[in-house]
Design a protein around this ligand. Structure first.
Ligand code: HEM
Ligand code: HEM
Length: 239
């Protein structure tokens, strides 16, 4: 039944104070009652001190009577729960979705970043394994992992700002600066290595100075991704 009742925000409720011909509503414990018919609430004020149009839940302690008085008047609605101040920036439709699927609040970023972390670390390891064994399958696996990384990293770069906006109200900090610039460095390096590999597919196969530079770049990737993960985890687990 409660679902069919009108929802009042605290703001809307203030209108119903008996002035200008408005009905007299009071809220108690999340419920809105119409006490327009009560002599005790005539003029919108009760016992010279309790003003209608407000949530009077806490005021009841001062009353000589208990809450049975509410049974005499119809409930006309429910009071919208107050927004958590941490969620002030979050639109109501999203809060409703988060209420239904709570894992969408904290999980999107942590869940998605472990893919780019794994791929970024695996890529140079596979290249080194090729150098150590001469088995070209390691080298071609490295290329496939690089492609997977190029798909996975942008996902982490989207969920990161989402989690930052949602849970940290987009508050700019040094850690966030490191993460944003670090991510841009990571994706740029990945693109450079990828384009290089596409334009010289044999780059790893023969010894050359270019190959050393290519390998150095590959080895820089895990460093960048570790910095990103380190500073990310510092936000999630500050202690
Ligand atoms: C100093 C605080 C208060 C005093 C002295 C006071 C006093 C009274 C008295 C003497 C009555 C009539 C007795 C009765 O019908 O049982 C009454 C009724 C009532 N009071 Fe209060 N009250 C106070 C606070 C509140 C508050 C905070 C609320 C709302 C949350 C409230 C809601 C009501 C309601 C709905 C009635 C029923 C009115 C009716 O039957 O017409 N009162 N109050
Ligand atoms: C691909 C690049 C990124 C990687 C690898 C990465 C990695 C991580 C990791 C490992 C965590 C710890 C999560 C956990 O285990 O709970 C984290 C948290 C976090 N990262 Fe990132 N991150 C990246 C990009 C970004 C970007 C671009 C931003 C946004 C501006 C960002 C914002 C955050 C925030 C706000 C947290 C804290 C999440 C929370 O406490 O709920 N990240 N990141």
């Amino acid at each position: 039944m409660e679902r069919d009742l009108k929802e009042f925000s605290r703001d809307e409720l203030t209108k119903f104070n008996g002035k200008d011909g408005q009905p007299i509503y009071i809220a108690y414990d999340g419920k809105v009652y119409d006490v327009s018919g009560s002599k005790m609430w005539k003029s919108g004020v009760h016992m010279l001190r309790h003003t209608s149009g407000l949530d009077l839940t806490e005021d009841i302690e001062a009353a000589p009577h208990d809450t049975e008085v509410f049974a005499r008047y119809p409930q006309v609605g429910i009071l919208k729960p107050e927004k958590d101040p941490m969620d002030e920036h979050v639109p109501d439709f999203l809060l409703a979705v988060l209420e239904k699927i709570p894992m969408l609040r904290r999980h999107p970023h942590p869940m998605t970043v472990h893919f780019p972390i794994a791929f970024t670390i695996l890529f140079p390891i596979l290249n080194l394994l090729f150098l150590a064994t001469g088995n070209e399958r390691f080298e071609s696996s490295a290329f496939h992992v690089l492609i997977a990384d190029l798909v996975a990293t942008p996902v982490g770069m989207l969920t990161g700002p989402y989690n930052w906006w949602l849970n940290y109200a987009s508050k700019w900090t040094k850690t966030i600066a490191i993460k944003v610039f670090g991510s841009l460095i990571l994706i740029s390096l990945l693109l450079v290595v990828f384009v290089w590999k596409i334009s010289s597919p044999e780059i790893m196969l023969q010894p050359s100075e270019a190959r050393i530079v290519y390998l150095m770049l590959s080895l820089t990737l895990p460093v960048v991704v570790t910095v990103l993960g380190w500073f990310g985890a510092k936000m999630t687990f500050p202690h």
